[in-house]
Ligand binder design. Structure first.
Ligand code: NA7
Length: 542
């Protein structure tokens, strides 16, 4: 790729994580001149930034991997059932090398703004070094969980120790051995981090505002037989994943928890607890649909917490209350509840005694000061829309995306927005994105976008954008499906409630990967129903 101002491309992709890399690969196959902008100094996205101890994927390696290249599938050997961050990052780097992707990626470049120029039907993309590049197509591959949030506690700048957000972890290893470490946040990240370092730190203080439901991952090494078996069945595993509900090979139980007997339910939950990992939530078909069914699963996990944690007061603090299991994303852990039986681990309830400030020596809550050497913010993300809105994106008539999405992120299929021609959002709001295996979701979007661009090239079309009606009815459908589940009952990053001032509604499409894929296919078969090609040309021609 070239630097300098006013560089012209056919397509610009923002982000070189799994979405951006595959998008580049597909666009090259169309013979396009592509530039990928990446803010990190290497590929990998989420797995580049999240280097904190304990970081691991909670979707199984054999399905959290690209399916587009059978050769890649055969040559890569996953070592564990759930891959740890370093292995996933190695995989991303291997993909970049194998397909010679790096030559079209501009590293250490953050896209700050993008404007659609209606006279030329080109996107003008401005990056952190002040340069401008132009392209007909702009494709966002910025990820759903890449805009980290550090709460605005007074005094953070005066803290004498070291502090980190888990999603911006330093490249030099942080050695917590013997140190007084504090962690704020008990979502997936806080739980993984705390479990991983509890043994080696001097003291670990976990600041918990809301307890989460967590289930054991039951991670294990992948033995050569399992790997060989998967490799010989990859085609059918992938075919299943593509049209499944969650994008994984797991076949969920069709039974409803509420209709099962107590004994059978207990057996079923016990089996899921001892091996299903995240799929615990699929151990019945109605756990996220029916509050009574959900309660049966929640009570099972609550009992496990009380059985595991020896100090009854700590156990009661860890038991989630007042929201259904899984409506905040279910966490998957490696011995999380067990760490509370260690003398060097303490749990601080910052719901009843909130954090007031960060002092020079640590954290001050309403009741007490905690001295720390290292403070870790596992405080989450401005999810799904955050990474898009951190850029200043303007479509037709200079209308900004921030303005368009002031109330609610309107999109068609989570792929495109009315008024923003030729801008595609991989795993955008209103698509299954974070509710399913991200790689399956990414591949489906990338392939849909590449096919769409190829058909435009064939038909000599300059622009594509959705109709406002199609966009409205899709957004209503996303809402309707969400409201048929238990998800909207809980404040979470799925609803945007974790971000001060963000409008709150459940953002992803909850209808499942398979139905969504079929819907996208039908739209294409129906001549891109709900989309307009060359809107301006048609208007000017009369
Ligand atoms: P999450 O799941 O959003 O968790 C963030 C945690 O931080 C959660 O426990 C929050 O409590 C807590 N938090 C946030 N702000 C504060 C303040 N101001 N004070 C105290 N506690 C706070 O983010 P993760 O990074 O763990 O996981 C994100 C996803 O990444 C995960 O679901 C996987 O899909 C991968 P709260 O619940 O808001 O009371």
């Amino acid at each position: 790729a070239q630097s300098g101002s006013n560089t012209q491309y056919d397509a610009i992709v923002i982000g070189a994580g799994f979405a951006g890399m595959y998008m580049l690969y597909r666009l090259r196959q169309l013979g396009m001149r592509v530039c990928v902008y990446e803010r990190g100094d290497d590929v990998g996205g989420t797995w580049y930034w999240n280097r904190y101890p304990g970081c691991r994927c909670d979707i199984e390696s054999l399905s959290y991997s690209y399916s587009f290249s059978p050769e890649l599938e055969q040559e890569w050997n996953w070592t564990e059932r759930y891959a740890a961050q370093p292995e996933i990052l190695e995989y991303a780097k291997h993909v970049a090398d194998r397909f010679d992707l790096r030559r079209d990626i501009r590293f250490c470049m953050t896209v700050t703004a993008a404007m659609f120029d209606e006279t030329s039907n080109q996107w003008e993309v401005i990056s952190s070094d002040g340069t401008c590049a132009r392209a007909r197509f702009l494709i966002s591959a910025v990820g759903c969980l890449s805009a980290g949030i550090v709460p605005d506690f007074p005094g953070l700048n005066e803290f004498k120790g070291s502090w980190y957000h888990t999603g911006n972890w330093p490249h030099e290893p942080v050695d917590p051995t013997g140190k007084r470490v504090g962690v704020i946040g008990t979502g997936s990240t806080g739980i993984q981090f705390s479990s991983a370092i509890a043994q080696s730190v001097g003291h670990l203080t976990i600041f918990q505002r809301t307890p989460n439901y967590s289930v054991p991952s039951c991670n294990a090494p992948l033995n050569p037989e399992e790997l060989a078996e998967a490799k010989s069945n990859y085609r059918s595993i992938r075919a299943h994943c593509r049209y499944s509900k969650v994008g994984i090979p797991y076949v969920g139980n069709e039974k409803k928890a509420i209709e099962d007997t107590d004994r059978s339910r207990e057996r079923n939950f016990e089996a899921a607890w001892n091996g299903a990992g995240f799929c615990f939530v699929l151990s019945y078909s109605d756990l996220l649909l029916d509050i009574k069914s959900n309660r049966t699963a929640a009570e099972f996990v609550e009992r496990k917490i009380r059985e595991t944690v020896k100090d009854p007061e700590t156990a009661e603090l860890l038991v989630p209350r007042g929201y259904p299991l899984g409506t905040k994303r279910l966490c998957v852990d490696a011995g999380y509840y067990q760490i509370f039986n260690q003398d060097n681990v303490s749990l601080v309830d910052v719901r009843t005694s909130p954090i007031e400030s960060i002092t020079t020596t640590g954290v001050r809550t309403l009741n007490k000061d905690y001295d720390l050497d290292v403070l870790v913010f596992a405080t989450g993300y401005d999810a799904i829309t955050g990474p898009l809105l951190r850029m200043d994106i303007c479509g037709r008539n200079g209308r900004s995306l921030r303005r368009k999405w002031q109330g609610w992120p309107q999109s068609y299929l989570g792929l495109m927005m009315e008024g923003f021609p030729n801008l595609f959002t991989i795993t955008g709001p209103g698509s299954p994105c974070v509710l399913v295996n991200m790689i399956v979701s990414i591949e489906q979007h990338v392939e849909w976008i590449a096919d769409c661009i190829a058909s435009m090239e064939r038909d000599g079309k300059q622009t594509i954008e959705p109709d406002v009606e199609a966009e409205c009815s899709w957004t209503d459908m996303v809402d309707e499906i969400a409201n048929s589940t238990l998800y909207p009952l809980t404040d979470s990053w799925y609803t945007g409630k974790n971000v001060t001032g963000k409008s709150s509604r459940f953002t992803p499409y909850a209808g499942g990967m398979g139905p969504y894929r079929r819907y996208c296919e039908e739209i294409v078969e129906d001549g891109y129903r709900g989309f307009q090609f060359d809107r301006d040309l048609r208007q000017t021609q009369g």
